[in-house]
Design a protein around this ligand. Sequence first.
Ligand SMILES: CC(C)(COP(=O)(O)OP(=O)(O)OC[C@H]1O[C@@H](n2cnc3c(N)ncnc32)[C@H](O)[C@@H]1OP(=O)(O)O)[C@@H](O)C(=O)NCCC(=O)NCCS
Length: 174
Amino acid sequence: MPEKLAAIRPLERQDLELVAKWRQSSAAIEAFFSADPVSLSTQGLWYEAYLRDQNDMMFVIILDDGTPVGTIALVNIDHRNQKAEYARLLIGDPTFKRKGVAESASRELLAFGFKQLHLTKIYLEVFETNHAAVSLYKKLGFETEGRFRSEIFSRGIWQNVLRMSVFLDVARTG
Ligand SMILES: CC(C)(COP(=O)(O)OP(=O)(O)OC[C@H]1O[C@@H](n2cnc3c(N)ncnc32)[C@H](O)[C@@H]1OP(=O)(O)O)[C@@H](O)C(=O)NCCC(=O)NCCS
């Protein structure tokens, strides 16, 4: 197990300005499916709905000293079927890329989902061309379970999307 480089903590209202800034970066615009512009006011409206949504848990990725460097989430939490979608992974400050931060935060998120929420399956969707993210997900144990052709229109072209998933050991056969 690699050294723990980052931790996650629940998103708070005071984080919204920073998150809105990160979401406006070209890296986020390229990686995320939604093309909607993100501003502090749209983030504020989203946050009010988020607080009422029991099936969406968003976290800020922090370094040892508490510095926020990115986001990660479990959404569409489905207790009946013991599954959730891993989403909104973003290292907002490029200075902290390629240092193992996303990997460390992802391992913490997966452990939280499997141990605290008693999930047995965690899945995600990613642009097929997002090689950095796909490589990370494979390293974390995700496997491709579907490829959706020309699924999302982004940056002027139709993009293929991979759906990937990871299971809790021994659970869910069939
Ligand atoms: C993808 C992203 C989250 C990776 O964050 P990171 O903290 O730099 O990643 P890590 O340092 O933890 O890297 C872990 C693994 O991810 C993969 N990886 C990360 N960046 C990579 C890159 N630029 N090229 C190839 N592989 C990469 C590698 O497998 C790496 O393992 P290795 O260091 O042993 O080779 C980051 O580049 C990012 O925020 N991208 C924009 C948003 C995004 O794509 N989100 C995912 C949406 S589905």
